[in-house]
Ligand binder design. Sequence first.
Ligand code: AHG
Ligand code: MN
Ligand code: MN
Ligand code: MN
Length: 337
Amino acid sequence: MEGIGITVTEHLLMHQKASPAATGRFTSLLTELIFSAKIIAREVQKAGLVDILGLTGEVNVQGEQVRKLDEFANRVLIYRMQRAGVLCAMASEENADIIEIPDRYPGGDYILVFDPLDGSSNIDVNVSIGTIFSIYRRKESGRAYVALDDFLRKGSEQVAAGYFLYGTSVMLVYTTGDGVHGFTLDPSVGEFLLSHPNIRIPERGKTYSVNEAYTPYWDERTRAVVDYFKSPDNDLGKPYTARYVGSLVADFHRNLLNGGIFMYPADRRDPAKPRGKLRLLCEAAPLAFVVEHAGGAATDGRTRILDIQAAALHERVPLFIGSRADVERATALLQGG
Ligand code: AHG
Ligand code: MN
Ligand code: MN
Ligand code: MN
């Protein structure tokens, strides 16, 4: 093909034209999100050259040490998205409460939930990190205020979800429910170009991803799941290979393209976190939305992630996500099968 290929903007406009109800506001939302991610990517690429590595000294609502890049990414997203004129409120992994849109900015009917930088432990060591986003429409249009229950929804109600991956290249992967599409940033022109149209996750993978150091804190059934993937007698007929980057986005993305299962089970390490580490609204639900639209599956071991009704903004959830056959096998073993 001549030229540089389909840009994400062209792709968005094509989809907007195909949907008669579209007003262009969703396109504006995505466009603003993409611009924010380009700014974050630019900063990530300078990490090590400018004073952006290390901790801020703060501890966030998750009980984690905040890194300077966590805070930078969070600030960029809040600043730009508050001014975008398409949102009625936001929520971030880094903020205890809902983030409102000040009256001086125009509002809209969309709700945005995000993990501004995923993979904190990898920021300072030049390993892939990402930004995860989840988009809902508010429950009642025109209401003056946004209530917590606008956020406490089932993941199946998302209108779009995806992530940016700051890896060897910068990628955007997202879905609005009409296929999962991947775009790669061409740094020479500053545009995301369609590089992975219609991503489908293989039905069964060859890779399992889990932090196996926590084995002593798992229950018997969780151990049985991981033993299954390591067994030469599993459905693959040989042990799966282990890959764990420690950035959910990076581990998820590899398994989305190549097949496999990512697991962050519940464990007994911290009685305050009996349901594992990952957050339902800003991590599990958006990636579950992506994986299902690519033909995969995601569960907490009992319930489909997209059917879980959130009860709190920062609720945590065990996560088993990836190739359908692998997730089904894990679910059966978790249920004692
Ligand atoms: P975040 O950096 O947004 O707080 O998320 C970190 C998460 C996730 O990216 C990763 O899969 C997981 O933490 C790794 O946790 P362990 O170090 O416990 O394996
Ligand atoms: Mn964090
Ligand atoms: Mn995260
Ligand atoms: Mn994060």
